[in-house]
Ligand binder design. Structure first.
Ligand SMILES: [Zn+2]
Length: 50
């Protein structure tokens, strides 16, 4: 089973990416550096639970 999560920029709080992950394999909170269009740079993105 896979859950759809939104990856949110921790700087501007914009939801930039949709991410699918298997919670039974990766129960930990995801945090990755991704490009943010709003900030116009790479920022830390955190998953947001729906
Ligand atoms: Zn941003």
């Amino acid at each position: 089973m896979r859950d759809k999560l939104q990856l949110r920029c921790t700087t501007c709080k914009e939801e930039n990416y949709i991410y699918k992950k298997n919670k039974s394999i990766h129960p930990e909170k995801l945090k990755i550096n991704k490009y943010c269009w709003k900030c116009n740079t790479k920022t830390a993105h955190e998953e947001k639970k729906k």
